[in-house]
Ligand binder design. Structure first.
Ligand code: SF4
Length: 388
């Protein structure tokens, strides 16, 4: 590992809505090392895209408001300096959007859009005179150079007949082709950091596989760093070096792909992994309930109303910090407060979940923290006694 290329510290983002002030992002810390691909995973509405938009400087303000936090790109703070953020965005960042059909303009051809990206890249301020010069063909970059660059990129993304594609409108292309065009457009500015916001969500699995291969190839070839947003754990395993599991605007767990997916520690991560449909297994527990209402987020641990291992009087009162474990793993769960081993904490969680299930549940699942006098400390003590 080298120095972080991107670092987000204690980010808080609120939204003003008709229902009140929604506290959507609540203290997110995140780092991406140079050359690393980091995935943020979590269910829809957990704040992944808001985090990506904040990094990219595309958060709509209003209704959004960055209440707190720092964003460092190569040690330069961006959230407090709009000019610096705009410069880094245009010179160093590239974004691949979620839905190519709505991200590409239906009234321009692929070639026209790609030429526009090249014309205006690295420019933070474009005046009417410059726009007029470009319209009448007096661009700074020659048409021939732009054409060659477009063909080179479309070719690299294995788009058949790149010459012909330049004259096509997005509606004339398949979903996979449109997504390849979007990746090519993100690469036009020669970024060193890519932000990919669920770029394969709208595609079928075989095309998804091809797009992931192409994206990995580009990242490797250009030595890029990448922040990849997805709700799909299989995609995260394919593409990422490390995973941040996000729940309700907070980071629940951080670790390598193998650690998180093979041995998830946080009760939310366990539920998320358990929710993945398997061809050979039909009886899965998953996670009951929904992401909380951000205008009235739960006290203490935001996951406690859905957590099968929640302890009343602890989890609904105290917000868990991120506890550092071995090998760079971090878990924001009170079960790990006393430096318990993952095995011991897992056993406590399993005991709590069993007890919760047996004490007034809906469909055999807990609907909130168990009403119990037994605190995590006493459970920990029990485990330590048992270990001795
Ligand atoms: S055990 Fe408590 S702190 Fe840990 S995830 Fe569940 S509710 Fe949150």
């Amino acid at each position: 590992m080298t120095d972080p290329i991107l670092e987000l510290r204690d980010l808080e983002v609120h939204f003003n809505t008709f229902d009140g002030r929604a506290e959507v992002i609540n203290g997110v810390d995140l780092t991406v090392e140079e050359g690393e691909t980091v995935a943020i995973v979590g269910e829809s509405g957990c704040g992944k895209s808001v985090t990506a938009e904040t990094v990219m400087g595309m958060l709509p303000q209003p209704p959004g408001e960055i209440v707190n936090g720092e964003l460092y790109y190569r040690d330069e703070e961006l959230l407090g300096d709009e000019t610096a953020h705009e410069r880094v965005k245009t010179e160093s960042l590239g974004m691949i959007f979620q839905d190519p059909m709505t991200s590409l303009s239906p009234v321009f051809t692929v070639g026209e859009m790609m030429r526009d990206v090249m014309t205006y890249q690295n420019k933070t301020n474009v005046g009417w005179l410059e726009i007029f010069r470009n319209i009448v063909g007096r661009r700074d970059v020659s048409e021939a150079d732009m054409h060659d660059r477009c063909i080179e990129l479309l070719d690299r993304l294995q788009i058949p007949d790149p010459e012909g594609i330049l004259d096509r409108y997005p509606i004339e292309l398949s979903g996979g082709m449109r997504q390849r065009v979007l990746i090519a457009m993100a690469m036009l500015g020669e970024p060193e950091f890519l932000i990919a916001d669920e770029p394969t969500t709208a595609l079928d699995v075989t095309v998804q596989d091809q797009i992931l291969d192409l994206l990995s190839e580009q990242v490797k070839r250009e030595d890029l760093s990448m922040l990849y947003i997805t709700h799909n754990l299989g995609v995260a395993r394919r593409i990422a070096d490390r995973i941040y599991v996000m729940y309700a605007g907070e980071i629940a767990e951080v670790g390598s792909c193998e650690d998180i997916l093979d041995e998830p520690l946080h009760p939310y991560s366990r539920g998320l992994v358990d929710s993945v449909p398997k061809l050979t297994e039909f009886d899965r527990e998953g996670i009951e309930g929904l992401i909380p209402n951000y205008t009235e987020p739960p006290s203490g641990c935001r996951f406690h109303p859905r957590c099968p291992a929640a302890v009343a009087g602890e989890c609904d009162v105290t917000r868990p910090p991120r506890f550092e474990l071995a090998d760079g793993r971090e878990v924001a769960c009170l079960l790990y407060e006393d430096g318990l081993s993952p095995a011991a904490a897992n056993e406590i969680a399993a005991t709590e979940a069993d007890t919760n299930r047996g004490s007034g549940t809906t469909h055999g699942r807990s609907s909130g923290p168990r009403e119990s006098d037994e605190s995590i400390e006493s459970l920990t003590q029990r485990m330590e006694d048992a270990n001795e």
